[in-house]
Ligand binder design. Structure first.
Ligand SMILES: C[S@@+](CC[C@H](N)C(=O)[O-])C[C@H]1O[C@@H](n2cnc3c(N)ncnc32)[C@H](O)[C@@H]1O
Length: 304
């Protein structure tokens, strides 16, 4: 997710105060932009439709997933690497009532980590998913990565989840509109309740994007992954470093006994976009800060 444009995400405000002036300035700029966007969204109110949106569906975008309006009000085509899905958004996400409820960050937009995770999954090719049970945690209002996997590959089962009810109601509408290649379940799943989930079997692969900055939920997310992954299974987790929160999560998963590796240059197209975004920002273009915006890849494996 981009701290730049997050509406209610505490991320930029919870960046550890390490005395680094650049990070401090980035944090202030992120906060300014966040509140500007929030003010605009509240002015537009529940009638927000993201009309004419292309990349505006996704704040800071790496240009790897295209989002195009359709003639049908409120529906968009998201496309990547030749695959397309129909997607609608939660339009009342920033009403004062919604802001008072469960964490709403996943209803604001599709954040760049989800975009990059979607691209990355497609780049891995269908073989990674074939016959596998796939779970997405904290997928937000589109669960785009898991949705695209269900569209492009032939997993045995895809389970899309988020802790926010409005997000999951939206995901259910999306799933109903798309012809997917596999059986897809959608549920509200809060990480601290993962122990109550009784899946038919544990998952071979877990996907998760931009969920590591919630200080109070990091241990529960690490628990959920450890609990729901089958021995030998893997998780692909993407998130920006964000003032040390990524590393704090790595410490959590290591404590659970999960094996991990961290990659920064995991994909040429992602890296090229990152460099272009950095270059533009240094030359008067849109605000882009690596710490807040660049998704690192964390690959987790549960020992057999
Ligand atoms: C920044 S959003 C990311 C959404 C999506 N993955 C994306 O990148 O567009 C974080 C997501 O985590 C979900 N979340 C936060 N705390 C949670 C919890 N305790 N249990 C389950 N989901 C949670 C929120 O509802 C939100 O959708």
């Amino acid at each position: 997710m981009s701290g730049t444009t997050a509406l209610v995400a505490p991320a930029a405000d919870t960046v550890a105060d390490d005395g680094d002036e650049d990070i401090g300035e980035a944090r202030h700029e992120a906060a300014r932009q966040r509140w500007r966007l929030l003010a605009e969204a509240l002015k537009r109110g529940a009638a927000t439709t993201h009309e004419g949106a292309a990349d505006s569906c996704m704040g800071v975008s790496f240009g790897l997933v295209r989002c195009l309006s359709t003639p049908e009000n409120g529906w968009f085509v998201y496309s990547a690497q030749g695959f397309e899905v129909l997607v609608c958004h939660v339009t009342e996400a920033v009403s004062p009532k919604a802001l008072a409820g469960f964490n709403n960050t996943g209803n604001v937009r599709v954040w760049s980590s989800e975009e990059v995770l979607t691209h990355y999954c497609l780049r891995q090719g269908p073989a990674l998913f074939a016959g596998r049970r796939v779970l997405e945690l904290g997928g937000g209002m589109t669960c785009l990565a898991g949705l695209m996997v269900a569209k492009a590959a032939a997993p045995a089962h895809v389970h899309l989840t988020d802790g926010n009810q409005a997000a999951m109601a939206n995901v259910k509408r999306i799933v109903a509109q798309n012809e997917l290649r596999t059986d897809v379940a959608c549920s509200v799943l809060r990480w601290h309740e993962a122990g109550h989930l009784r899946p038919a079997a544990l998952y071979d692969l877990i996907l998760c994007a931009d969920c590591l900055f919630f200080d109070d939920a990091r241990p529960a997310l690490a628990d959920a992954i450890s609990l729901l992954l089958r021995p030998g299974g893997s998780a692909l987790v993407m998130a920006p470093a964000r003032g040390g929160t990524f590393n704090l999560f790595v410490q959590e998963v290591a404590r659970k006994g999960l094996r991990y590796s961290i990659a920064k240059r995991y994909d040429d197209a992602v890296w090229a976009s990152h460099e272009a975004l950095m270059h533009a920002a240094q030359h008067g273009g849109p605000f882009y800060n690596e710490d807040l915006h660049f998704p690192l890849l964390l690959l987790l494996t549960k020992p057999s």
